[in-house]
Design a protein around this ligand. Structure first.
Ligand code: PHE
Length: 375
């Protein structure tokens, strides 16, 4: 009796085992992280779409290393603690050999030390704060960094908008928004402009009137708001209620269809710096816009483009590495020289790509491409 059970068990195990092993060996598993819920949920939707489109294309062409690619997605909820949990899970439980993501700098800063310690390469898609890749040599990003983005915004405000006085508003609990306002301030001052207000607010607040009243009293020509779209929309409305008529200028955190939806006319005639413009005539951009729109029935924003690019950069590196070993992939990533939707990617010594920025105007309730600024 006992014996026959053991035989049956043995047969069952030997029948299952090859499949388990086989499935694993047939796939290359990578992790993908983005905020699908929380204060910046539209960032996560676009980012996940970008990952999935790139992976589907590689798989249709035969995958990488002769295997299909499986992207395990995790929602970081826009929260650093949640970010740390999901990066750990992707590495330890899902055995991801590499990770793409995430979006928000404050969350990438929580994931980066985990990847670095595990020697698992990561490419943050849209995290522009310089500290992110500073964590270590396994941490890369697909986007430009905020010293450049802040400079572009300041030059645009000073040269194009002819602003002499500017005031900055930012989230004190967010490395990205605080850093970006500081970089703007440095450049605007260096150009000969004057920063007449520099006010932080707490994360999660919805009343900005105290800060706005204070900075508007100094009569700025321009308000530089380096927040994410959800805060920008409220700040814009409250600034208009308080009588401010000038333009608001900001960074990539403005990129969401929700901004105009919530703020309406309050953001009309305002400007922000971003990573790409869907109007760009380059064939690689138009090809991406066409494929993305066909699949998701929505135009791709910068988050989608950067997620698509990060995935392509990572899969290209895995292919060139000829292996799923983290150190081998890291070595291949360093040598990246790839044309992607948001530009030509080559990493500098700090694992940041050197890329152009675009300026977008909000006009007639639409995002309108204005100009491209090279580094
Ligand atoms: N740059 C932002 C950050 O670092 C994230 C972001 C990128 C948001 C692009 C919107 C568009 O936190």
């Amino acid at each position: 009796m006992k014996k026959s059970y053991l035989v049956a068990l043995g047969l069952a195990v030997s029948a299952i085992l090859p499949f388990v092993g086989c499935d694993k060996n047939k796939e290359v598993v990578i992790g993908g992280v983005a905020p699908l819920t929380g204060e910046a949920a539209t960032f996560g939707v676009s980012t996940k779409n970008g990952y999935d489109l790139a992976v589907a294309e590689w798989n249709a062409k035969g995958g990488v290393l002769g295997k299909q690619v499986k992207l395990v997605f995790a929602d970081d909820k826009g929260d650093p603690a949640e970010g740390a949990t999901v990066y750990t899970k992707l590495i330890e439980q899902d055995k991801a050999c590499a990770i793409v993501g995430t979006v928000m700098s404050k969350v990438s800063l929580a994931g980066a030390p985990i990847c670095q310690a595990a020697k698992i390469p990561m490419i943050a898609t849209a995290s522009t704060n310089p500290k992110v890749t500073g964590v270590g040599n396994f941490v890369f990003r697909a986007c430009f960094i905020d010293p450049f983005q802040g400079t572009v915004g300041a030059k645009f405000a000073f040269d194009d908008l002819k602003a002499k006085k500017a005031a900055c508003l930012f989230d004190v609990g967010n490395d990205y928004t605080k850093g970006l306002s500081e970089f703007f301030k440095t450049k605007f001052t260096a150009l000969g402009g004057e920063i007449v207000g520099f006010e932080g607010h707490a994360t999660g607040t919805s009343d900005f009137k105290a800060q706005l009243t204070k900075v508007l009293a100094a009569k700025p020509d321009v308000l530089y708001v380096s927040d994410y779209y959800s805060d920008v929309a409220i700040i814009a409305k409250q600034a208009r209620e308080l009588g401010f008529k000038g333009p608001l200028v900001g960074g990539d955190g403005w990129d969401s269809p929700k901004l105009v939806e919530i703020a309406g006319p309050a953001v009309e005639g305002c400007f922000f710096t971003n990573h790409y413009a869907k109007e760009d005539k380059a064939p690689i951009v138009q090809d991406f816009v066409k494929k993305y729109t066909a699949k998701y029935n929505a135009a791709p924003d910068a988050l989608a483009a950067l997620a698509y690019d990060a995935t392509n950069i990572m899969l290209d590196a895995i292919n060139r590495a000829g292996s799923t070993d983290g150190t081998a992939i890291q070595g291949a990533l360093v040598k990246t020289d790839l044309k992607v939707v948001t530009g030509q990617v080559k990493f500098d010594g700090d694992r940041n790509p050197v890329k152009s920025a675009v300026i977008i105007e909000l006009k007639g309730g639409q995002q309108v491409y204005k100009t491209t600024v090279a580094p």
